[in-house]
Ligand binder design. Sequence first.
Ligand code: PXL
Length: 274
Amino acid sequence: MYKRVLTVQDISCLGQCSLTVALPILSACGMQTCIIPSAVLSTHTGGFKNYTFRDLTEDIPKIREHWESENISFDAVYTGYLGSTKQIEYVEEIFGSLLKPNAKIFVDPAMADNGKLYVGFDDNFVREMAKLCGKADVIMPNITEACLMTGQEYKESYDKEYITELFKKLNALGAECIVLTGVSYDEGSTGVAVYENGEYLYYKHKKIAGGCHGTGDVFASAFVGAAMKGKSMIEAAKIAADYTLLCIENTVGDEDHRYGVKFEIALPELIKTL
Ligand code: PXL
């Protein structure tokens, strides 16, 4: 049961997202967690100005080659925020060379939210990310990312038919299993919709007003950890959603903590549920 997981995403030195979230959460889930930092930023790009950005793109193939020469392989790879289409290409090389035969590929196409692309991304990046999603076993987009990758119109309010349509289009990209976050059919609730083997499943939970940065990464990391612990997709989605909710509850209203969620103090709860 001791699995080795590789996660490729940036290090935002402050801001509780990407690797500073994925590494502790996956470790807490009992995974040997190996990392490839795609870039080092002083903070994440949402809400801070003048952040530094050290691009580590050219280190990715070098790290891969070294590990190949050492016969290292992984039970799973989980990609998050990637800084360029070149990085997507290098990640595809990792899929082809560092995975055990039945390894799982999880892709979080972290590039947009609330109907908008994050700073620094363009349509070409979206196209390449859609191709990367086609190579994954499980993808974990939010509705904005799903719409951008499929060309479906982004809507703030929608029905189950709209989500089912989105699933069909994402499935046509090649993704077998889809975990769609932030699916809300009424004012007071939101949830996670899971599509697997043509089946639609939904886990509804309460919606907390205000929202916090980095919750997509918290959810995706806990989801990957739970799934690699052997939980079914919908069970893993429930565990990850409940944990993320707890992290948000611990954080909203704290004016000194505008940049991420206090996920650390909720880790014991996550561990208990696993
Ligand atoms: O949480 C996603 C994320 C990861 N990494 C960086 C980001 C963001 C979202 O804005 O800016 C650098």
